[in-house]
Write a protein of this length. Sequence first.
Length: 302
Amino acid sequence: MPLSPRVPDLAALDLLLSVIELGSLGRAAQAHGISQPSASSRMRHLEQLVGVPVLERTSLGSRPTAAGALIAAWARDVVDAAARLDAGIDTLREQRDSRLQVAASQTVAEYLFPTWLMALRSRAPATTIALESGNSAEVARLVLDGRAGIGFVESPTVPRDLEAHVVAHDRLVVVVPPGHRWARRTALTVADLVDTPLIHRESGSGTRISFERAMRRVHPDWQPSVLLELSSTTAIKTAVATGLGPAVLSSLAVATELAEGILVSPPITDLDLDRPLRAVWPRGQHPTGPARDLYAIARARR
C-alpha cells in the first residue's frame, strides 16, 4: 500500500531526532553535514507535511513541541528500522562483491582475461574471482542460468535474452605449418577455402560460427569440409603444426606461434574475418560491483 504524502522522508525524521538530541538546529545541521538554512528548510517542510509545529525555537536552542516529541518517538522506530535495512544492504553488497563468477570463451579466457584480471585485482583485492571457460554457446547458457555474473563471447550472435556490448576486436586468420603449400603463397582467396578440408573447433564455438558465417556471406550454399574437429584451440594449433591440415583461428591465439615461425598465416584477400568480442549479461539487468568493474576494464583496454 502506498504511503500517505503526509509521511516525511527519512532524512527529515533523522534530522528531527538529532535536533532533539543535540538541542540545537545548528549542531544538528553540522552533524548531518548540511548548512543551517538547509536544516531549517527541511524542518519547515516536515511541519508543513504533518500539519503541526514540531520544534520550539528559543534563545537557548530548539526543543520539541508536545506533538514533536510524539512524532520523534514514532520516528525513532522508523529510523532504527532504516538503519537495520541499510546494514542489511551493506551485508548483501559485501556478499555480492566477495565472489565474482565469470564465463568466457576460450579466446577471451586465454588471451585477454589475464590482463583484465590483474587490473580488477587492484580495484577489488578482496574479491574471489572464478573463471569458467567454454565455447560461446556454453558461456551464454551459464549467464542465462545465473551461474556467471558476466560473460564474454566471440560468436557473431547471442540469444535474445542477453544484452551484448563490444569490448574488443579480433581477426580470424588461416594458419598452416611452414612446409604447407599455402605457406609460400602471397595471398589466399575464398576459392582456396571452399573445398579444402579444415581442422575446426566444435559446434557452438564462436570461432567456427564466425568463420562459417563469413564464408556464407560470399558463398550462401557453402558447407564446411571438416578434416578434424577439436574442442581446444591449443590442440588445433598442435595438429596444424604437425601437418595434419590448415585451420582458421583467432589472431590473438596464434600470435606467439606466428612470431616464432611455428605457424604461417597467408592473408585472405576477399573474405572479411574481422569480428567483435562482446560482454554479455541478462537483458534488462546491468552489471554491478566487480562485474561492472571488469566490464569497464575490458572496454578501456580494447
